[in-house]
Design a protein around this ligand. Structure first.
Ligand code: ADP
Length: 514
């Protein structure tokens, strides 16, 4: 049998799960689903705003508190007349938007009693209790009774169906090609959101075409902004702004062909790349590459800060992670950038041990990566990975691991050129060769800082042209990363020395590293 959300929910009910937590904002869709699987059971509903209401027509039945309502549910006596008669066995209890009351000890105790009764009386049971809310709050005392039910997002077929339904309803014609194309952009959104966006697009011009992808993206950005869990990164950098890292750039160039023609690629049977991990020296272009990748793939760049997901309640961090990952799927196709990933996951499983929450988050993230079929391309960046758990780096998780070392001669030449040209100070009289020689052990950020400083000095001293000596003088005054972070650099090199990792740069045989 096809695994539909209804089937899954019905299987939870059949398995006597006493409390089923449905985190969703589209209450109508959830009601539909509960009704479909109720199989004749009575359904009683408590709504945070209106008290006890009729599940079918939503008319208020009695203004009562959640505690009163729950008490009546377990008392099973005739006094419970406000629920039109006593709660009989085989009654579904639906609680809407009650998440804020789930910290109340009495509410917890009552829910626990209902849950236990339901487990111990499988034939004549009261329950399950469905908690439907747009936020998940799981009290520790109820952890073992609660099952979280996630309404899966519609698959491609369902999205296409939803688009057809919409264009039929408004009576317009849209080519199959446009529909397929839009369906791909809609991936990750629920039917409610899809309809909302289609309505907006339609109202705008009375038609729907491929140009509406931009609208979908804008709307997705809105969801992201509201969530506060992910950040849309605005950037100007392109692949041409990266000096060196040629092997990495060539690799990305190939994958770009897939992302730029995603619909065709999927139809052709291409596996969608999962992502890359870029490890190495600070200030050498890792973040730059994350941005340039989004530009190259023509996708939005979304940053995930794992530290921001940590919450103070039990299960809150996991819930945030789940939401953040779901959101990234909602904005997909996109590039999901996880900066300094070692800071979030270092020490897990190692001697020091990460804490329980981060260990769980890590497991959650790995599973997501493993199972992910979405078009989210991950760019994880890290300086020192000596404390990262081995599972993370195992082949198959990321499509490729790249090591970014300090720039070699040719790369430094390119970096000088890029930053001088960017500031319109490139001139052919500059002896770049001697500057390159003088900056062994400098990273890209050091070189950029040298250029900036020289230009500033020239401006203050009212000189229009930079000379090689001006730049050299600043180099002499600038400490390179190799001096300031000597031990750290060695540690990074030692860690990757024993790893199966690709070097991001093309080799420069003329140079021996410091
Ligand atoms: P990290 O590797 O620590 O993420 P960044 O990518 O943020 O470092 O680099 C910091 C800045 O240094 C960049 O914004 C860029 O201006 C400059 N830079 C670093 N590496 C390069 C490079 N390979 N080519 C050009 N500029 C670079």
């Amino acid at each position: 049998m096809k695994q539909t959300p209804e089937n899954l929910l019905a299987s939870y009910v059949d398995a006597l799960r006493p409390i089923i937590y449905i985190n969703h904002f589209d209450f109508e869709a959830v009601d539909d689903m509960i009704e479909k699987i109720s199989d004749g059971a009575r359904i009683v509903e408590f709504n945070n705003a209106l008290g006890c209401i009729n599940f079918k027509n939503k008319s208020p039945m009695s203004e009562c508190t959640l505690i009163e309502f729950l008490k009546h549910c377990i008392e099973d006596d005739a006094r419970a007349d406000f629920i039109d008669s006593a709660v009989k066995p085989n009654t579904f209890i639906v609680l809407k938007d009650v998440h804020d009351s789930l910290n109340d000890k009495q509410v917890i105790a009552l829910l626990r009693r209902i849950a236990e009764f339901s487990i111990n009386n499988p034939v004549f049971r009261t329950g399950p209790v469905f908690i439907v809310a747009s936020k998940t709050v799981i009290p520790v005392e109820l952890e073992n009774y609660i099952t979280i039910f996630d309404i899966p997002l519609p698959g491609n077929e369902e999205v296409v169906e939803a688009i057809y339904k919409f264009i039929e309803d408004v009576n317009i014609s849209v080519s199959d090609e446009v529909i397929d194309d839009l369906a791909l952009s809609f991936k990750g959104l629920n039917k409610f959101q899809i309809r909302q966006i289609l309505t907006l697009a339609y109202q705008d011009g009375g038609y729907i075409d491929a140009g509406d992808k931009q609208l979908i993206l804008q709307e997705k950005e809105q969801f992201i902004k509201k969530s506060g869990m992910l950040e849309i990164v605005n950037f100007k950098e392109t692949i041409q702004d990266i000096g060196g890292l040629e092997t990495l750039k060539e690799w990305l160039d190939k994958k770009a062909k897939i992302f730029q023609n995603l619909d065709k690629a999927i139809k052709f049977g291409v596996d969608i790349p999962k992502g890359i991990m870029i490890v190495g020296m600070p200030g050498c272009g890792k973040s730059l590459t994350a941005k340039a990748t989004a530009d190259l793939f023509q996708l939005p760049l979304v940053r995930l800060d794992i530290g921001r997901l940590l919450g103070k309640y039990v299960g809150e961090s996991e819930e945030n992670m789940r939401k953040a990952l779901k959101l990234s799927e909602a904005i997909s196709p996109c590039v999901l950038w996880i900066d300094e990933i070692e800071k979030a996951f270092a020490g897990i499983g190692g001697a020091g041990g990460g804490n329980d929450v981060t260990t769980r988050l890590f497991g959650q993230f790995l599973t997501w990566m493993q199972e992910k079929e979405s078009t989210v391309f991950i760019v994880a960046t890290a300086n020192d990975i000596s404390n990262l758990p081995g599972e993370f780096l195992r082949k198959g998780r990321f499509d490729e691991l790249f090591f970014v070392d300090l720039p070699n001669r040719e790369e430094r030449r390119k970096i000088f050129e890029i930053h001088l040209k960017k500031r319109r100070k490139w001139n052919k009289d500059l002896d770049i060769f001697s500057l390159v020689e003088k900056t062994q052990g400098y990273n890209g950020a050091d070189i950029e800082a040298v250029i900036k400083e020289t230009i500033e000095l020239a401006f203050i001293e009212e000189r229009n042209i930079l000379t090689t000596d001006d730049i050299k003088a600043v180099i002499e005054d600038t400490k390179s990363i190799s001096e300031t972070l000597k031990t750290k650099i060695q540690k990074i090199r030692d860690t990757v020395a024993n790893m199966d990792i690709k070097t991001a740069s093309k080799p420069d045989p003329t140079e021996t590293k410091k």
